[in-house]
Design a protein around this ligand. Structure first.
Ligand SMILES: [Fe+2]
Ligand SMILES: [Fe+2]
Length: 331
């Protein structure tokens, strides 16, 4: 009755169902209860022809901007899910990362459904714009896609190098801000199908935030010093990266044409006029700042220095020279 040789680790799968973090089990149960299907929203109430082409292209642009983050999220989390298995993470943590992968897949589907209906075309980059604004927005979309695509190789290299808690430190800030922004968009949007989507997405992001918090509470008290420094840097990188969707893209970090922001603001104004509740510049700034202060409160608890975010008036440790290659952004 000899036993086989010991399996070398890391090996992709654990054969154990340990559970230490009760909070993760709660979040998983909520994810099961709150699962939704973008296809089942009230699409039959959506009369796209009641919008002008300029409005349609402006609203589709916002969904395109969102999809530059949410369409990269399924592979980002699928990669993290594999890491959970290789690291033999506890069972509820594996399930939580599975649920985030599924949620982000829903968000990505939602972007696709909205864009396809608004443009009568499934691809915002190859679609033929109908208006002058639409043409400028398509150019913006190309630039967003180009920038968003730059980090994937960096992310794949980072995943095996860092622990989950370090990888997902900048993610928490995104989740805090996203949960608020989708709530605001739900409150300020007229179109029922979008309202429903924002309510669901906002609720999902709130759960993602809870997962991050639980992970930090579990791992940060014993975080090695070198990891603390990486977290500080990641927060600054996450700010730069996620600003593009949650605030406005910092031009020195995002490689964008000079009139990018003007064009985007013009579209936001048109979309708002059509009852699509994108928060104003001031509201976004306020939201972003609060998310940052929230996160700072969390990091203070674990004595992790917070980076300076002068853009929204937060002082802290100066972090310079962040390149796309250094960041492990997630949304
Ligand atoms: Fe998302
Ligand atoms: Fe998320």
């Amino acid at each position: 009755m000899d036993l086989p040789p010991v399996t070398a680790q890391p090996n992709v799968f654990p054969l154990s169902w340990n559970a230490q973090t009760a909070k993760m089990e709660e979040v998983w149960d909520a994810a099961q209860r709150e699962n939704w299907d973008p296809k089942q929203l009230a699409w039959d109430t959506f009369d796209v022809e009641s919008y002008s082409w300029e409005e349609r292209e402006s609203i589709a642009y916002w969904w395109t901007l969102l999809s530059c983050f949410d369409a990269s999220a399924p592979p980002v989390f699928a990669e993290a899910l594999i890491k959970c298995y290789e690291d033999h993470e506890e069972d509820p943590v594996r399930r939580c990362f599975f649920s985030v992968t599924r949620d982000e897949q829903n968000h990505e589907q939602m972007c696709g459904l909205a864009i396809t209906r608004l443009l009568e075309h499934p691809d915002p980059l190859t679609y033929t714009p109908k208006t002058e604004l639409g043409k400028k927005l398509q150019r913006n979309a190309h630039w967003l896609y180009y920038n968003g695509g730059r980090y994937w190789t960096g992310y794949k290299k980072a995943v095996p190098k860092y622990s989950l808690a370090v990888l997902f430190s900048s993610f928490l800030m995104g989740e805090i801000a996203a949960a608020t922004i989708f709530k605001q968009m739900h409150d300020n949007t007229r179109e029922l199908v979008f309202k429903e989507a924002f309510r669901n997405i906002g609720r999902d992001e709130g759960r993602h935030m809870a997962i991050c918090m639980a992970l930090m509470e579990r791992d940060y008290p014993k975080l090695p010093d070198e990891d603390r420094a990486i977290v500080t840097k990641q927060i600054r990188a996450g700010y730069l990266f996620l600003s593009a969707v949650l605030f406005e893209p910092p031009m020195d970090f995002w490689d964008l044409p000079a009139d990018f922001i003007d064009v985007q603001r013009e579209a936001e104004e048109v979309a708002r006029g059509a009852g699509f509740g994108i928060p104003t510049y001031e509201a976004k700034k306020e939201n972003w700042k609060n998310a940052m202060l929230n996160l700072k409160g969390v990091l203070d608890r674990y004595d992790i220095p917070f980076p300076a975010i002068p853009e929204v008036g937060i002082s802290g440790q100066e972090i310079s020279e962040i390149e796309m290659d250094d960041i492990i952004p997630v949304f």
